[in-house]
Design a protein around this ligand. Structure first.
Ligand code: KIV
Length: 284
């Protein structure tokens, strides 16, 4: 069944957990979609996780759109959300609308925007223009320099209240769901209970309406495993073992075998050998 923003909102009413993951390419998107993930986010984590940048800040619109198109080709049912990269929406509402529109043209069905109340004019314009928005507050990685690093947000009552206010302002502005990242369990619980739209947590505990993780964190495939993640299968070990076996088999002449090769029909092979040896002998 095709997942839409309507389905996502209904899941909260039915108390059904929403499950989301990031993906950055066609084959991964195809697997996630086939096993029934609700939301696929082409996260700006593309920058650090896949492209090897130090953090998410350098990733460009061009790179994000390229990967969004690839992911789109692998999806039949999941809701596809494109993550607005740093500097694609901070400069003006017009610029934000234009870049969000480019995500929709690339196949995304919604965009995600990091930040609170300062983006309300943009969120209102986007939702009025038919571009659904997923909000994202808390430890928003595009703010690392302002936060002084990857620090949990909302630890004090004052900071937590500001997050609660942001959550409600974003809901009012029209976001269809809200990512809560790196906030204490108590804060995520209060926000989740007081909103009518679903919250999707990452490092925000068990009370959110859904969960999202970076694909590579689920498989121990990143540079490190963050505290909020759980490695379901150690894919780094599985891939390393496969590559080690390949190296070994090629070096020892075990791979490839006849099954992995194509042969000419015997008649053609015979003609080829004859012609070749005649040519060699006429060359002297
Ligand atoms: O870029 C990203 O991967 C995210 C997360 C919420 C998973 O924004």
């Amino acid at each position: 069944m095709k997942i839409t923003i309507r389905t996502i909102k209904e899941k909260k009413a039915k108390a059904e957990k929403i499950v989301a993951l990031t993906a950055y390419d066609y084959p991964t998107a195809k697997i996630l979609d086939a096993v029934g993930i609700d939301i696929i986010l082409v996260g700006d984590s593309l920058g650090n996780v896949v492209l090897g940048y130090e953090n998410t800040l350098p990733v460009t619109m061009e790179e994000m759109l390229h990967h969004t198109r690839a992911v789109k080709r692998g999806i039949r049912n999941a809701l596809l959300v494109g993550d607005m990269p740093f500097l694609s929406y901070q400069t003006s509402v017009e610029e934000g609308i234009r870049n969000a529109g480019l995500f929709i043209k690339a196949g995304a069905e919604a965009v995600k925007i990091e930040g609170g109340r300062q983006f309300i004019p943009l969120i209102e314009r986007l939702t009025r223009s038919g571009i659904p928005v997923m909000g994202h507050i808390g430890l928003t990685p595009q703010w690392i320099h302002s936060f002084g690093g990857y620090r949990i947000q909302g630890r004090t009552a004052k900071d937590a209240l500001a997050l609660l206010e942001d959550a409600h302002l974003l809901e009012k502005a029209g976001v269809f769901s809200l990512v809560l990242e790196g906030v204490p369990v108590e804060v995520a619980k209060l926000i989740t209970e007081s909103l009518s739209i679903p919250t999707i947590g990452i490092g925000a505990g068990m009370h959110c309406d859904g969960q999202i993780l970076v694909f590579h964190d689920l498989f121990g495939w990143g540079d490190f495993v963050p505290k909020h993640a759980k490695v379901m299968i150690d894919l780094k070990a599985v891939i390393s073992e496969g590559v080690r076996r390949y190296i070994e088999e090629v070096r020892q002449g075990i791979f490839p075998q006849e099954d992995n090769a194509v042969f000419m029909n015997e008649e053609e092979a015979e003609i080829l050998r004859k012609e070749w040896s005649q040519r060699k002998s006429s060359e002297g």
